[in-house]
Design a protein around this ligand. Structure first.
Ligand SMILES: *Cc1c(COP(=O)(O)O)cnc(C)c1O
Ligand SMILES: [Zn+2]
Length: 425
């Protein structure tokens, strides 16, 4: 059966069928992207993210109310001095329709990814490395679908892994190390037959899932906004917003201009900000992230500390910023904390620290004149509502199945992980 989309490599122009394909079969480095047969966006009658299934690489759905919501800001807009500020909110805020129970836009990525696995991965089990938010989103999705998932996190992130539905579908591996160590262990696991990497930025279901924030905004505003503001660690959300905007241009009903991307990182760990401001496509570790370990330990929002983001690759962050006339911002901890506090007072919901970084960047962009007072702005609040979820929902902690050292033998661990996954199936 022909699927309703193909995958395109922007480097060589080759088009391929999707078999949970994460990269160009000819070996190009560029990010492959989806090309949907359907060029106009119709909103489906679904409660959450799957109302945008026209432009998601899936055929089926998952019953979940989690999806993006867009609303016009009054209090924060007045505070910052904007007349046309829109908030894209991915988190828990029932009064606004926000039903992302794990409280970050990672759930918008996890939902279509799990459907894509079901439809294209031929029975293999997904392995996800995470610093917390991604892992929690996949745990919740595993709980909803009954599909197994292997989640690998650094030991100190284990408290961030919970679901609002009890589940035994998660095989949790904790690594005595940092996020980079967890990634290495997850990569090792994926060399074992039957386990596949989730893929991060290379996974089109993740990007197009995040892209629904832009789609929801365009449908709500009736047009593509002039500006898009987000805090980034990998920058995948920025790439996704650009790709979604290109599809909206192709649709023709939402305007004829791409939004400018305004992407922020949390100082002192700001590798993409430095490379971009130096006009470079490459991140030079010694210049752009000196003392990486210490800088990562010092930031307010640690979900923004990716050491190898898809910045320079074809179709990556550099290309997205270039195509949209975008900018990058460096936000200090204190600025972010102040912005988060202000937001909570003005709009009435608690923010993920990463979202607070985005609010601070918006303030910088307006003060520097990069965003005009009358411009239509989409502020992506990528996470929030943790307090409300804690008040209103039961949260079940995910217990580790394996605690390992960074130098664990991947083949041995892989066999044990697979054994456990099959035992529970
Ligand atoms: C992962 C994450 C980000 C950064 O997203 P990328 O686009 O992948 O860099 C921002 N905010 C929250 C809440 C996140 O969990
Ligand atoms: Zn190619």
């Amino acid at each position: 059966m022909m699927r309703p989309y193909t995958l395109l490599c922007p480097d060589c122009g080759e088009t391929v069928e999707d078999h949970y394909t994460l990269s160009c079969p000819s070996g190009c480095r560029a990010l492959v992207r989806t090309v949907y047969r359907k060029k106009t966006l119709d909103i489906r009658d679904e409660p959450g993210v799957f109302r945008f299934s026209d432009w998601l690489p899936v055929e089926g759905t998952i019953k979940s109310a989690a999806g993006p919501v867009t609303f016009r800001s009054t209090a924060l807009a007045r505070d910052i001095g904007l007349r046309n500020l829109w908030i894209g909110f991915s988190g828990y805020w029932p009064e606004k329709g926000g039903r992302v129970l794990t409280c970050s836009f990672k759930e918008l990525e996890a939902l279509p990814t799990m459907v894509r696995v079901r439809e294209t991965a031929r029975g293999r089990t997904l392995v996800v490395a995470s610093a917390g938010n991604t892992g929690r989103a996949f745990c919740q999705t595993a709980a909803l679908t009954g599909m197994p998932v292997v989640v690998v996190v650094p030991e100190n992130a284990v408290a961030r892994l919970w679901t609002t539905v009890e589940t035994d579908r998660v095989c949790l591996v904790t690594v005595d190390g940092d996020y980079a160590d967890a990634i290495a262990v997850a990569n090792g696991l994926c060399s074992v037959q039957g386990l596949i990497p989730e893929g991060g930025a290379k996974n089109v279901a993740r990007r197009d899932g995040m892209g629904t924030v832009m789609l929801d905004a365009a449908v709500t505003l009736g047009r593509i906004p002039d500006h898009y503001v987000q805090a980034v660690g990998s920058g995948t959300g920025g790439i996704a917003a650009w790709e979604a905007s290109m599809r909206l241009l192709g649709d023709g009903r939402f305007g004829d201009r791409l939004p400018r991307l305004h992407l922020a990182q949390n100082a002192p760990f700001v590798p993409m900000v430095r490379a971009w401001q130096a006009g470079r496509r490459e991140i030079i570790p010694e210049e752009d992230m000196p003392d990486a370990r210490a800088s990562i330990a010092a930031v307010y929002s640690d979900v923004l500390t990716n050491r190898s983001p898809p910045y320079g690759v074809g179709g990556g962050v550099f290309d997205a910023l270039t195509a949209t006339g975008g900018s990058m911002y460096s936000v200090e901890n204190r600025e972010a904390e102040d912005a988060g506090r202000h937001f909570a007072e003005a709009e009435g919901i608690d923010l993920d620290p990463a979202a607070a970084v985005a609010v601070a960047a918006l303030r910088q962009a307006v003060e520097s004149g990069k965003i005009g007072r009358n411009d239509a702005v989409l502020l992506n609040i990528t996470g929030g509502g943790y307090r409300r979820v804690a008040e209103e929902h039961e949260r079940y902690r995910i217990e580790p199945a394996f605690r390992v050292a960074p130098d664990v033998d991947a083949a041995v661990l892989g066999a044990r992980v697979l054994g456990q996954v099959r035992n529970r199936a």
